[in-house]
Design a binder for this molecule. Structure first.
Ligand SMILES: CC(C)(COP(=O)(O)OP(=O)(O)OC[C@H]1O[C@@H](n2cnc3c(N)ncnc32)[C@H](O)[C@@H]1OP(=O)(O)O)[C@@H](O)C(=O)NCCC(=O)NCCSC(=O)c1cc(O)c2ccccc2c1O
Length: 271
């Protein structure tokens, strides 16, 4: 049994730390962990903290209770133009969380402890890895309830399960068991519910034994292949970060400040 320490308190999510892992839990079990714009604002804040904190090496995203990971947008606040926030503004700000999950330079594991439905299903899809409990159920509902996610929720899903299966998932709005999800490559592993956190932490710990920079570059490279200019920007930004760590890059800035010609003929130079 591990003791999680609270990083920050919110109304709609829990945010905890244990041994290099940041755990973000959507905490609205009464509504199968559906998210409102407020929930999403809090998720954005927590993911920002995960990005900034060097002692957080892996992020786990999950839902409270034993029934749902997340059931998507809260239908009670669905209005014209989006989900209505406390000031009456319609928002689809979960799209920002999807981008955060893809661009945070650390592995994000979806710990799927029940229903992953609608926008909640998309959340697990965009995570780097998904570990599911045996009671987990997966599916999209959009065309049944007046919604759709034609972004990562469709295109990246198709990269994961293939075009035919992605179209089946969206067009028919069926629900799939954890076993079916495993068989179609939608999740990485299925375990009994009471083993879910142990297994997820084990995967996190295994990754934490490996080079963080190597994992960061792999994630950026895998994203870049799919994300067009935005993905290339992420990968290129990482390349710049590494370049700034070299004597060659340091010499450029130093020479400018010292008002002299830079000496770029430095060793070693790889073929
Ligand atoms: C998730 C379920 C399959 C669970 O079924 P179950 O039988 O276990 O439980 P109940 O149906 O009885 O639910 C218990 C309780 O929770 C309430 N609830 C469940 N889900 C939601 C929800 N999403 N919003 C609000 N409330 C919810 C339910 O009403 C019950 O309350 P009672 O008062 O009756 O006790 C099943 O609940 C289910 O199918 N839920 C709906 C799933 C759904 O359609 N979600 C929305 C999809 S659209 C979406 O998520 C979405 C959001 C975005 O922000 C987008 C942004 C940009 C593009 C696309 C977006 C998008 O598609």
């Amino acid at each position: 049994m591990r003791t999680w320490q609270t990083i920050k308190e919110y109304s709609d999510i829990l945010f905890d730390f244990y041994d290099g892992i940041g755990k973000i839990t959507i905490n609205r079990p009464r509504y199968r962990n559906a998210f409102t714009p407020t929930t999403v604002m809090q998720l954005i804040d927590a993911f920002n903290i995960c990005r900034e904190r060097g002692d957080i090496r892996v992020v786990i995203l999950t839902g409270a209770g034993d029934k749902a990971f997340c059931s998507g947008g809260d239908m009670h606040v669905k209005g014209r133009g989006g989900y209505i926030d406390e000031n009456g503004v319609p928002r689809l700000n979960i799209l920002d969380v999807q981008k955060q999950i893809r661009t945070i330079p650390k592995p994000v594991i979806a710990m799927v402890n029940g229903y992953a439905i609608g926008g909640g299903h998309v959340l697990h899809v965009v995570c780097d890895l998904s570990i599911a409990s045996e009671n987990a159920i997966f599916g999209q509902t959009g065309p049944k309830v007046g919604s759709f996610d034609a972004g990562f929720g469709s295109s990246y899903l198709a990269r994961v399960v293939g075009q035919k299966k992605a179209r089946e998932i969206w067009f028919l709005c069926r629900q799939y068991s954890a076993k079916e999800a495993l068989d179609m490559g939608l999740v990485n592993k299925v375990v009994p519910l009471n083993e879910l956190e142990n297994e997820t932490v084990l995967w996190a710990k295994t990754m934490m034994e490996h080079s963080p920079l190597a994992l960061r570059m792999i994630k950026a490279g895998l994203n870049a292949e799919l994300d067009g200019q935005t993905g290339i920007q992420e990968l290129a930004g990482d390349a710049t970060m590494l370049y700034y760590m070299t004597d060659e890059a340091q010499e450029g800035g130093k020479a400018f400040l010292e008002k002299r010609k830079p000496e770029f003929n430095l060793k070693p130079r790889c073929p």
